[in-house]
Design a protein around this ligand. Sequence first.
Ligand SMILES: Cc1ncc(C[n+]2csc(CCOP(=O)(O)OP(=O)(O)O)c2C)c(N)n1
Length: 657
Amino acid sequence: MTRYEILPTVDGPQDLEGLSMEQLEQLCGEVRDYIIRTVGRTGGHLAPSLGVVELTVALHRVFRSPGDKIVWDVGHQSYTHKILTGRREAFRTLRQRHGLSGFCRRAESPHDPFGTGHASTSISAAFGIAAARDLRGDDERVVAVIGDGALSGGLAFEGLDNAGGCSRDLIVILNDNNMSISPTVGALSRHLTDIITHPLFEQIKRDVWEITERLPRVTGTVRQIVQRMEESLKGLLTPGLFFESLGFRYLGPVPGHHLPRLIGLLEKVRAMRGPILVHVITQKGKGLPDAEKNPRKFHGIAPLQTENGKMEPARSGLTYTKVFGETLCELAAEHSDLVAITAAMPDGTGLSRFASDYPDRFFDVGIAEAHAVTFAGGMAARGARPVVAVYSTFLQRAFDSLVHDVGLQRLPVIFALDRAGLVGEDGATHHGMFDLSYLGCIPGITIAAPRNGAELRDLLYTAVHARRGPFALRYPRATVPDPDALEQPPRLLEIGRWEQLKPGGDGCFLAVGPLVGVALAAAEHLHRDGLEFGVVNARFVKPLDEAILLRLASEQPLLVTLEEGTVAGGFGTQVALALTRRDGAAGARLLQLGLPDCYIEHGAREELLAAAGLSPQGVAEQVRARLRRRAPEAAHPAAGDRRWSASRRPGEPAVGG
Ligand SMILES: Cc1ncc(C[n+]2csc(CCOP(=O)(O)OP(=O)(O)O)c2C)c(N)n1
């Protein structure tokens, strides 16, 4: 920290007040350097944060947080905001267990007025904050900062529509870098590009915008004249006046790395009333040449390592994501009706190769998960075989589409749920721990989870050949245990059939997905104690293999379900339901292990799994404890359990880890 001059003097936004423009510009350079060094070590969202350093400094110079409320969309770009709002030193712990979150968190700082992680929420949340402010008779300014990618989400449009229809004071800053994770898609994005590439943009900036900027605070008639002049010229420039027709006063576009201009504009905006949208043009990855050149690669990075003399994000081995992407391409060669759909995540979901090999059959719909599902339903209704590749956590957005537009109509849509289970450093907003619960209650759906890469291939192959309504596959953010997975041709599996890997005697594990490996290792631990535990690969969570289940229930003294998902309503619950349907007393011989019924913080995936008792040792210990106890009892920690409760504000839900 000693290398920096200004940064160590900033303990909160109030410390920006006395700084000259030159000092603020120097501060931007120091913050950028600090972010690059820290994120290079911890991993995180580098390019998005580098793009908004000046914008964040300008916002904190002009607005008075935490009185004024700044609501970041997604929150992945909030690193400068964290550094300037009293979290400079803690920033070194970014995304580490018990350290700072990679997103905004109400529990972390009063400067984070709303928790974030999923896209497109900022306008609705900020508008809610503004409405509550007005009810209380207060007058703070409320600012939502949303990227052009997040603006492609339906929720953002709903927020704009609602807020623009009222006269309430609300400022929306559109941080337009022409990128989502990959290039932003959609008509609105094209419209934004038209604005900034229009030949009149430069001229307008010079002739009108700068004049109005230079005018002293104008009021009354002068203001109206200037406003009208500006609007008629903008009419030339912004065909359709999209935001204005939604009821927002549109200002910009303004260059987002020009601090004096940003500050000048925001000072004026702070004094304005009604719904206002400020269009700011930024460059993703600004200040780090590699990230400027390849913002896609530097959107979210693993810790940097030196490779061929260059700093590169660390590489991993063969991942489930890669196995999925490669297998889908193989299957697409045989099935011309197979199409792939992503909600703005072609790289993360492993679809990049599919996108380049089959461009006509690849659909990136923007950050629009509900639309992706209903769109897939439409395609399936017309004979296509859609595969929606999506992170487990983001599919939560689309629950009604799953039920109403696919499930109820028994449409054969395949859902490839990546990042199912604990994702690690992205934390509570991103863990894919609810899918077995929210999918499990959909009638007629097939839910499967592979225990390794080869089985992922088998299950995807099976899903493509089955034409029996929705079929969901869930797999983790992890490398596969079988690095040669891609070498074997995929096989057709019988839907609803489990695989018994080990016989047992004192009990049997019924394990889902990667936890089959944990069950095998836990069985070894128990064997050393003289206990014989069997292992079943419960690769279908729905339908259950009731034949094996009922046989084991009658043979084994104890059944232990094991899943990387919340115990509330997941696989263990489905097993209990099936057993109680057949035998009211069966619950007495069932131990349900999984993730606890509370939110789980960020940290390394293995670390979090161990904390949840899902390491082989942890599982074996919970089984021993269960065998020691006479009376059946919940083995998982409940919400509010001391081990899982983090310090939190009154009224906030428990956060685990
Ligand atoms: C509902 C949802 N879907 C997908 C994501 C994954 N995601 C995180 S950031 C991002 C791109 C956001 O683009 P933009 O808003 O333009 O911000 P930028 O990264 O370009 O600064 C995506 C798709 C998410 N966070 N939430």
